[in-house]
Write a protein that binds this ligand. Sequence first.
Ligand code: BGC
Length: 349
Amino acid sequence: MSVIRESFGFMPDKTEIFKYILENSSGTQAHILTLGATLQSFIIADKNGEMKDVLLGFDSVSDYLEKSNYQGATVGRYANRIGGASIDINGKNYSLTANEKNVTSLHSAGDFSYSPWKAVVPDADMVEMSYVSPDGEGGFPGEVSVKVIFRLTEDNKLSIKYSGVSTKDTYMNFTNHAYFNLNGYDSGDILSHYLKIDSSFITPVDELSIPLGGAMSVENTPFDFREFARIGERIASDHAQLKMTGGYDHNFCLPESEGELREIAQSYSEDSGIKMAVLTTLPGVQFYAGNFLAGAEGKNGKAMNKRTGFCLETQFYPDTPHQPDFPSCLFKAGEEYVSETVYAFSLQK
Ligand code: BGC
């Protein structure tokens, strides 16, 4: 295992951004930027021994600042959406940045994901990124100290461990927004990828993608991924929830975990033979099929067109501040948020 640090460029205020490359002895690499603790590349051998970069991303700081839809970014303070861009904590109302249609808050407006983070290398297989989110960022109360540890193993697992502590009671919901394409970021759409999600319910949404409340069974719907199915097989089905969001873009409720890491999803492509399992301690995962990707030029000038990447964003459910039945992510001042998500790569036999 080794960790190399390179310069990745500069922020408009001249802060230098670094790229950390974690590499194991089979040559698998994870590239992580100090800009938003962003996972920029994950490079692994396919079934023919050819190295493939399975993540959408960009080649420069300015592209991340100007063109990104959170590709590979660490997202907080609240990943996903909050209805009405407003929350109440301890009887006090807080207005959040309404960055979507001037009504809802999506990914808390992104300051967190597009700021420089600090990095240290505690060991030869990991990098630890940290960020102090100021009191009031995105409208949220409390100064939040966040740490994210990325660790690559010899057997091609990428573990991401999150922790956060706030100076005031506040909501915390962190995720990584990697867009995967298991044939390589430059190889077209992901519709032929197979996907399995260990989930019997989604949280259905309204036209602003805010949960309606309650859960919808996946039984007999295009949302049933309890057995492997191709992503493209039913994505154009005549189902009200798919029409609402223009393709898969939903929170899948995961089996109880009590904070334990368990496998919740798998995907593979027959073309590359690359397979990825997702493990997490969290209660939900947003399966987003890249419906809104609109051709921004990414790495090597390659256009990120609609559905050229898919996301499995592990998370607390969307809009929990307004849904008392959803698992809560309101943390007391000083109480620690912790979670772990693992992307485990192998070859499909
Ligand atoms: C959301 C999508 C959104 C994407 C990029 C996902 O988490 O569910 O609706 O387009 O993030 O912001």
